[in-house]
Design a protein around this ligand. Structure first.
Ligand code: C2E
Ligand code: MG
Ligand code: MG
Ligand code: MG
Length: 277
């Protein structure tokens, strides 16, 4: 560290920046062993059909709990895994885990239409991505049509042979959704030329429903539906937001209003509970 205003030392950064550097450095160090030390787990957040209130699927979300750092948000640690390239290995573990989990739910009577998995651009542009996924699908014996990969508009726009990869995935039989839709710069007409199944409207637009944001949400829902995308609203927290989305006939919803991300057993319980309604 450069000492603050000390003697001949130059001050390169503020104490705050130093602390942030330390934390990032420590995270990077701890992440090296995280997979081997069993520090990752996956939680699942229900996707709800807004017509009949049934649970149609789940989104898998990664969690990291470390003995030194405690629970760290994926917003913080995913970028580090991307920087070090570890996201490739961790991503494979996630894909294997979710395929396996889906298979187990099916064997125990929890029949979901789909499991949605976030895929980092680094992972997506890896040459072996489709091949690895295919192997995982074969090993776990899960039908590929149950898997949906979530990528962002950034991934679509920044990666060179994105169209080829998307067509390879289509051939493999997995679905693709655009996560955080509306926050990037892709156009619906461009997305429609690609084999993409689902648009997930970003939470920020759903938040704006509480303050005159209806027009944008309406436009995304009606254009998305007319172009034959499945449309999902992310981050629904209030009954007012839900009622509005139902009125606009948005296909599916996800958010704390229905459930926070929970473990596999809680998903099975929730499934049974909603089915008996
Ligand atoms: P995302 O894919 O857009 O996931 C949705 C995030 O919104 C999740 O945060 C979820 O817990 C949160 N959320 C859902 N409903 C609500 C709500 O009603 N209110 C609020 N305030 N939040 C809600 P989480 O789990 O912290 O994940 C954050 C981001 O980290 C994800 O955003 C995704 O970009 C990334 N991420 C998480 N898991 C993975 C993973 O397995 N692989 C990769 N590559 N990225 C992941
Ligand atoms: Mg997502
Ligand atoms: Mg999202
Ligand atoms: Mg988001």
């Amino acid at each position: 560290h450069a000492k603050k205003n000390g003697g001949n030392n130059f001050c390169f950064s503020t104490p705050d920046q130093n602390m942030e550097m330390d934390r990032k450095f420590q995270m990077e160090l701890e992440l090296k062993n995280a997979l081997a030390s069993d520090e990752f787990k996956i939680v699942y957040q229900p996707l709800i059909n807004l017509k009949n209130n049934q649970i149609v699927g789940v989104e898998a979300l990664l969690r990291w709990k470390n003995k030194e750092l405690g629970s760290v948000s994926p917003i913080e640690f995913i970028p580090i895994l991307e920087k070090t390239g570890q996201i490739i290995q961790v991503g494979k573990w996630i894909l294997w885990s979710v395929c396996n989990q889906m298979k187990m739910w099916q064997e125990n009577g929890t029949y979901l239409e789909r499991i949605s998995v976030n895929v980092s651009p680094i992972q997506f542009k890896d040459k072996k991505f489709v091949q690895d996924l295919k192997q995982i699908i074969n090993e776990t014996e899960l039908d590929a049509s149950y898997i949906e990969l979530e990528i962002t508009e950034g991934t679509i726009l920044e990666i060179e042979n994105v169209s080829q990869t998307l067509h390879d995935l289509q051939e493999l039989g997995v679905k693709v959704s655009i996560d955080d839709f509306g926050t990037g710069y892709s156009s619906l007409s461009y997305l429609k030329q690609l084999p993409i199944d689902t648009l997930k409207i970003d939470k920020s637009f759903i938040d704006d429903l509480d303050m005159d944001g209806e027009i944008i949400v309406n436009t995304i829902i009606s254009m998305g539906k007319n172009l034959r995308f499945r449309v999902i609203a992310e981050g629904i927290e209030t009954p007012q937001q839900l009622n509005y989305l139902k009125k606009q006939e948005c296909h599916e919803g996800q958010g704390y209003y229905f459930s926070r991300p929970v473990n596999d057993k809680e998903i099975a319980l929730l499934y049974k509970k909603l089915q008996s309604k």
